[in-house]
Design a binder for this molecule. Structure first.
Ligand code: SAM
Ligand code: SF4
Length: 337
């Protein structure tokens, strides 16, 4: 099996695939209140197209697949799709990022299909606040989904939390404490200016350093050495069973460890979350391209992968704070966060 190595010696072995741009929630930092106009069904990659691209990517050395969205669990036939992805030679790790709303019903089938792990996004443990952040989500359903996922063996469960000033920063310690007695991976994600609805502002944004300082009031964080974490860093509170991760998209350039490509639900290959560069793989496939041509496009995406993103440039952030312009043209639900 060959490997995809970019111009900065990074081995690209991870493909994040958005399987829908639709969602059953409307998180305030992720999309506008009336949602985003979904792509036409015919513009979305079919199961066959996703499988074909993944097979070719696996032949090039991709080992790890994460399904995301939108909300991946609302895609029709997601279970058979997962079963087929799992059978692709070379795919060693198959995971999914979900808001957890449908997890209770689906965990059993996800496990049977061969899913290895889940990331569940939860930004508050207070039902009313959760409802406010997600514009209508039911925290109870998510917590039942989390327990079901654990009981079915989708572990370690990773919990994604986006701290926002004035909204949920007072819960950072509650999330961190979760790792003390259970093996959760709690990951704090810096809020990024990608919402599509002008939510982001410098005042609401909390940098990793500040989140970390807050957590360290519980005790020092020991660094956990783990291979292949991509642009996240892991730590442990003394004696804790779980770990704490930071995804510092804005403040720190962890780009030097970036090992991924992204495929959007409408078939655009994105070398970097924050760059507008996209390769229209859907058009390539639908024009009757051979496997060799698709392979060439995947290699091209790796070749044009930027060294790092420019998201923490002052000018960029100022532009991002303008209520009518979001710095990243596609909202997160359309890229696949
Ligand atoms: N719907 C699924 C979910 O919420 O887990 C998967 C898609 S969602 C776009 C993936 C992740 O992106 C979630 O953990 C979410 O919190 C995060 N996300 C979305 N918008 C974000 C933003 N503006 N800044 C930081 N993280 C964001
Ligand atoms: Fe939906 Fe996930 Fe975006 Fe929330 S973060 S609106 S759950 S895609």
């Amino acid at each position: 099996m060959s490997s995809l190595t970019d111009n900065f010696s990074r081995v690209i072995d991870y493909l994040r695939i958005s399987i829908t741009d639709k969602c059953n929630l409307r998180c305030i930092y992720c999309m506008p209140s009336d949602g985003v106009v979904p792509a036409k069904q015919s513009d979305l990659l079919t199961d066959e197209e996703i499988l074909r691209i993944t097979k070719i990517a696996a032949q090039l050395g991709v080992k790890k697949i994460r399904l995301t969205g939108g909300e991946p669990l609302i895609r029709k036939n997601v279970i058979p799709l997962i079963s087929s992805l799992k059978l692709i030679p070379g795919i060693e790790d198959l995971s999914l990022t979900t808001n957890g709303i449908l997890l209770e019903q689906q965990a059993e089938f996800l496990v049977k299909a061969g899913l290895d792990r889940v990331n569940i996004s939860i930004d508050s443990f207070k039902p009313e606040r959760y409802r406010e952040i997600t514009r209508g989500g039911n925290l109870d359903a998510v917590m039942r989904g989390l327990r079901e996922a654990e009981q079915r063996g989708l572990i370690p469960v990773k919990i994604n939390m986006v701290p926002v000033r004035g909204l949920n920063e007072d819960e950072i310690l509650d999330f961190a404490r979760l790792t003390l007695d259970a093996g959760y991976h709690v990951r704090f994600i810096e809020c990024m200016p990608t919402g599509g609805g002008g939510f982001w502002s410098p005042e609401k944004y909390i940098a990793t350093d500040e989140i970390r300082q807050t957590i360290e009031t519980l005790g020092p964080l020991e660094s956990v050495r783990a291979r292949k974490n991509g642009p996240s860093r892991y730590y442990r509170l003394k004696g804790a069973k779980g770990v704490i991760g930071f995804i510092s998209a804005l403040t720190n350039h962890f780009c030097e460890d970036c090992n991924r490509l992204r495929l959007t639900a409408d078939g655009k290959l994105r070398p970097c979350l924050f760059s507008e560069t996209e390769i229209d793989l859907r058009s390539v496939i639908r024009s009757g391209a051979s496997d060799e041509e698709i392979s060439r496009q995947l290699k091209l995406a790796v070749e044009v992968k930027p060294k790092e993103h420019q998201l923490n440039d002052t000018e960029f952030l100022q532009q991002a704070s303008h209520p009518t312009s979001d710095s990243v043209k596609r909202p997160m639900s359309k890229i696949g966060g």
